[in-house]
Design a protein around this ligand. Structure first.
Ligand code: MHO
Length: 277
């Protein structure tokens, strides 16, 4: 396990060096020449996995389940910063693929830094034989606070793809209003053009584990948004579903026992923590 030097140890040591030797005589010293720089900070894969178990595996190796070619329906929601719902929906049974992006506005080709009047949203491909639109709506209402006011970027929207979705969404909004003392701010509007967010936003939690994305062979935005296993692992690595659920699909996803062990550790480490951005 590599160690991170925290700022305070660094500061204390440098101060001591200055006191004892004077700053000009303190030598510049590179420790461990020839080894890679330790990675500090959030979920660097080396921190999580110790010596990386992925390093010697073949890129794009194994039989990982990337492409699921079955009929599907679409659902599109906005419920705040899109990293969180990308993980939450990614592990809902019957969700085949997810992508995050910008929609609902008029600006052509919005970007994260130039969003215009769009909202951060998630676009979901789901198998209606495995999960209903009602279930996806249930997850929508349970995963954010639709009564808290926010900027257009993080507002709450349901973008319906047909009249049936519109009717279901409207019924659940009414039910929320009946339950809530505050005004429910969610707007229900037709789905319009969805602009994919930049690649670093896609499967954001999974991408914190560089060796894992490398092992899975995920290189481009298209890889990240089209891969079934990427959607699932993006949720599992932050504990958005249980080990029990994970174990029901390990084989189907093409995950071997060594990799499964590491994923289970991550699920257990994060399970029960609230979604975050
Ligand atoms: N707190 C995050 C939000 C990112 S998000 C996808 C940031 O400022 O980077 O809106």
């Amino acid at each position: 396990m590599q160690r991170c030097w925290d700022f305070f140890s660094f500061f204390a040591t440098v101060s001591l060096a200055i006191l004892l030797f004077g700053i000009r005589s303190a030598p510049v010293h590179h420790s461990n020449p020839g080894t890679s720089t330790p990675k500090c900070g959030f979920s660097a894969v080396e921190d999580v996995f110790g010596a990386s178990p992925f390093a010697d595996k073949q890129i794009m190796g194994g039989n990982f389940l990337h492409k699921v070619n079955i009929p599907f329906k679409k659902a599109t929601f906005a419920l705040g910063c899109f990293w969180a719902p990308d993980s939450i929906y990614g592990v809902v049974k019957g969700v085949l693929r997810t992508r995050v992006g910008y929609t609902g506005g008029t600006k052509v080709n919005p970007t994260y830094r130039s969003l215009g009047d769009h909202t951060e949203a998630i676009d979901i491909d789901f198998d209606p034989n495995q999960v209903s639109y009602d279930k996806l709506l249930e997850v929508f209402w349970a995963s954010h606070n639709p009564t808290s006011a926010s900027s257009k970027q993080y507002s709450s929207f349901i973008y319906y793809h047909d009249d049936e979705q519109k009717a279901k969404a409207t019924a659940t909004l009414k039910a929320e209003e009946a339950k809530s003392k505050k005004t429910v701010l969610t707007k229900i509007i037709p789905a319009t053009q969805f602009y994919d967010a930049e690649d670093y936003h896609q499967k954001y939690r999974l991408q914190q584990h560089h060796e894992l994305t490398k092992l899975l062979g995920l290189k481009t935005t298209e890889d990240l948004v089209s891969s079934h296993i990427a959607a699932r692992l993006n949720g599992y690595v932050v504990g958005r579903a249980s080990v029990k659920q994970f174990d029901t699909e390990v084989a189907e996803l093409g995950i071997d026992e060594n990799l499964a062990k590491e994923i289970r550790k991550l699920i257990q480490r994060h399970e029960g923590q609230g979604p975050f951005c």
